[in-house]
Write a protein that binds this ligand. Structure first.
Ligand code: BES
Ligand code: MN
Ligand code: ZN
Length: 498
């Protein structure tokens, strides 16, 4: 079920709701909403703090049932941690945790005063947006491939009202659009590869275009790509019966003659490694190898839903990487769409091989004012940055700074790695213009350097989301990253260029 969000301004002690949500800091400090609830309820919160039942520890939650003196049926008291060090990341965390706690209660709605809590360097619209996105993230459930359930056992949370002044309404509108994009991305990435194959991704994009004004979709199949010369992309798909598709979505939200922005996303619907087969354990996680595709499609959805005044194209090479009698092999030399030849030294370095043709096509077809690609490209990026930061690579300092700022604001953060030409010699080949792997060192960077050879003259940046696209573990779900980063970046472009 998707959550409904609204804004309100009722007082916490008189609002009629199944639950009010208020915050308290460590050390007995109450937020103003908590103080009003405390006074109306004859000191009930303070008492529980003195007894040690409520600590204020960041993310901790306590439910008080039917305290006397309040119109609300319950109070959810959320710990905010130490007031001195309270920051944007902590705020996001408590928004997530409070929604998880609400989800465990038999209630259909709640009124949250967390959006009033002061966050350094962030305004009310940001607080409302972040609260709503945090709530939607926590409320998401993957159900697509379970046996359909009977009616839920208890009442389910369906709506949250946030308290804020009317000028925060842009934050709520943005949150609704971004939440749709994030859900779209998460759902697509979570689906198993026997459902979410290249044709399925193409179908989802086609249907989205049919349902929305100003949006069109064009899908190239393997026969058309063959004619056009997508030699690198098609080689990767040759081992699979699920034939490659190139999905091209176009949104005309700006002036007809404005150059578009372009997003390109790696859409490997399953990565076995091909003939350079991956080890068995953990291979199931490679269903998420279309996380870049899901991310750029999600950002496209959010942009359309927000009706942003920009032109945007979204290009997704959707391919399955399988071993087979007809599969491409190590030592094959491919001719890419750009004309550059590529020596395949490892069929598991396939992401760059589909992206290079998609990037060439995007640049040639649309002459975009900037191209951003997102890809679960290298295990090396996970070694370098772990699960928290997306790897950002670009030769354009201004573009890199814009993307870092968008990541910082949305807490969908990236960290820059260099793309210096010093690394390029690692891609030298004795049999082709470039090799598809760069050896042991700096694997995330040499993958970026490979792509750089196909984006010369373009204002281009690369996001390696191998560590950030999904949560680890058997029940790990797609995160929806980098939908927020990309969407915020576009929002910022409309704010500065108009
Ligand atoms: N999809 C993988 C990268 C990956 C690995 C993402 C683990 C997330 C978690 C990619 O296609 C791949 O296999 N890359 C190789 C490149 C190597 C052969 C140069 C890798 O990272 O091992
Ligand atoms: Mn691979
Ligand atoms: Zn891959």
């Amino acid at each position: 079920m998707t959550l409904q969000f609204s804004l309100g301004s009722a007082a916490p002690e008189t609002v009629e709701t199944p639950c009010v949500v208020v915050g308290v800091y460590e050390g007995g400090v109450l937020t103003s909403a908590a103080a009003r609830v405390n006074t109306a309820a004859q000191g009930a919160i303070k008492q529980q703090m003195e007894s040690g039942d409520i600590t204020g520890k960041a993310g901790s939650t306590t439910v008080m049932f039917a305290p006397a003196g309040l119109a609300a049926k319950r109070v959810l008291v959320v710990g905010l941690g130490a007031q001195k060090s309270f920051d944007a990341a902590r705020y996001q965390k408590i928004c997530l945790e409070s929604t998880r706690a609400l989800g465990r209660l038999p209630i259909d709605s709640a009124v949250s005063y967390l959006s009033e809590v002061d966050v350094p360097n962030r305004d009310a619209a940001w607080r409302v947006r972040t609260a709503a996105l945090g709530a939607d993230h926590a409320a998401y459930r993957y159900t697509a491939t379970f046996k359909p359930r009977e009616k839920p056992a208890q009442t389910e949370l369906g709506a949250i009202q946030f308290t804020a002044s009317d000028d925060a309404v842009t934050g709520l509108d943005q949150a609704k659009a971004m939440a749709e994009g994030i859900r779209f991305a998460r759902e697509l990435a979570n689906l198993p590869p026997n459902i979410c194959n290249p044709a399925y991704i193409a179908e989802q994009a086609t249907q989205f275009a049919e349902r929305h004004d100003k949006v069109s979709c064009n899908v190239l199949d393997h026969v058309e790509m063959e004619k056009l010369g997508f030699g690198s992309l098609l080689a990767v798909g040759r081992g699979s019966v699920n034939k490659p598709k190139l999905v091209v979505l176009n949104y005309q939200g700006g002036n007809a003659d404005d150059k578009p922005y372009a997003f390109v996303g790696k859409g490997i619907t399953f990565d076995t490694g091909g003939i350079s087969l991956k080890p068995g354990p953990g291979m199931e996680e490679m269903k998420f190898d279309m996380g870049g595709a899901a991310g750029v499609l999600g950002a496209f959805v959010a942009t359309v839903k927000m009706n942003l005044p920009v032109n945007l194209v979204c290009v997704v090479p959707a391919v399955e990487n399988m071993p087979d009698g007809d599969a491409y092999r190590p030592s094959d030399v491919l001719t890419s769409l750009s004309g550059l030849t590529i020596e395949v030294l490892n069929t598991d370095a396939e992401g760059r091989l589909i992206l290079c043709d998609a990037l060439t096509y995007t640049a040639q077809t649309f002459q975009p004012q900037a191209i951003i690609d997102a890809a679960t490209l290298t295990g090396a990026c996970v070694i370098a940055l772990g699960k928290h930061a997306t790897g950002l690579m670009s030769k354009h300092d201004d573009l890199a700074a814009e993307l870092l700022a968008a990541g910082e604001l949305t807490l969908d953060r990236a960290w820059r790695l260099p793309l210096w030409d010093d690394y390029q010699t690692q891609l030298d080949s004795g049999f082709a213009d470039v090799a598809n792997i760069g050896g042991k060192s700096a694997g995330a960077i040499t993958a970026g350097c490979f792509l750089a050879r196909f984006t010369e003259g373009q204002r281009w940046a690369h996001l390696d989301i191998a560590g950030t696209a999904w949560d680890e573990g058997r029940k790990g779900l797609a995160t929806g990253r980098p939908v927020s980063l990309l969407t915020q970046w576009l929002i910022d472009r409309t704010a500065t260029s108009h």
